[in-house]
Design a binder for this molecule. Sequence first.
Ligand SMILES: Cc1ncc(COP(=O)(O)O)c(C=O)c1O
Length: 378
Amino acid sequence: MKHPFSSYRKLFPILDNAIQLSSCSQSALSLPVRQAIDDYLDVWVRRGADWGYWMEQVALARAEFARMIHADVDDIAVLGSVSDAASAFASALRFEADRPEIVTTTLDFPSICHVWLAQQPRGAQTRFVPVEAGGTDTTDRVVAAIDGRTALVSVSQACFYDGQLVDIAATGRAARRHGAVQFVDAYQSAGSVAIDVRAQEVDVLASGAQKYLLGIPGIAFLYVRPELARRLVPTVTGWFGRVDPFAFDPARLDFADSATRFSTGTPPMMCASVARASMGLLNEIGIPAIEAYLGQLSALAIEEATRLDLEVASPLEPSAKGANTAIRIANAAQVEARMLQSGYVVSARNDVIRIAPHFYNNADDVVGALRELARLTR
Ligand SMILES: Cc1ncc(COP(=O)(O)O)c(C=O)c1O
């Protein structure tokens, strides 16, 4: 199988010593990201404090994220984590007696579910749609659960556990039909699955930078559709949610006329430098090309795992999953450590080992990891 991005491997020094296949947790460090961190530190050493440079890095990171999801830069807020982004957004919602429900699934990321559950004192009732690992009917199940009592629908576009994909356009349509709003958790999809918030008519979408965005934790991007953002008034806030953060008027609580109103305190500037560089690299290549290639790696992983008699927890149909192929392993955490000794960086969660390649991985990386996994677990 041809590797269309083989020339980029030299940008990822770890590949000289180990095979990193953990993009569902942490992607490999690239030279442009390392340079961005060095530049940030250099500016600090040389100039002490440079708000102009810091704000420029944040603006550039927002612009790269906006470009990636086909949004306007004004429609992106910057926060510290996806959980924070969900909390800031939730703080602006009202849960009425006749429309109290938040619909999510049993395979959504726990932290985001916890944010929804924490809205209970404000009248919210969280309803977990039961879905199965490896399932291909999650979209249908979510759509069927949405009704006139639904205030918010929250789905992971790609699941952290088994990589299964939800059709966010379909769940969003169902939400809209019933007068609800949809929140898309794109942390496991952004950077590896093409997203077009306009074509897919997305209301709200959040992602952090650590996974397929090739960055580090400490920063998250929150897209809110402009007409929706203007209607919502968050109660979780801070100076970067103001019309002019540098107005310094303690008595004036105005809200920026866009998703920026969901920003809170000082943005994570160093993380923004990293995200600017890492998303710049991804946007240069183009997510549709990356997604197509990762689909080929998915098909290969499923085929090889099946041949090796490994139990695949992910959907067996490559188009129903993202880059992550989850293999069921009893003592996954121990096996993760042993894989590392063998030179493979993979990621354990509960009872699965996740093999999650990015564009810099090739077929040998994926096949080699699966064969080593089979050897270690025989
Ligand atoms: C799908 C998904 N959503 C949310 C999170 C949590 O993000 P954060 O730690 O930025 O709140 C994770 C972390 O692994 C995740 O995989």
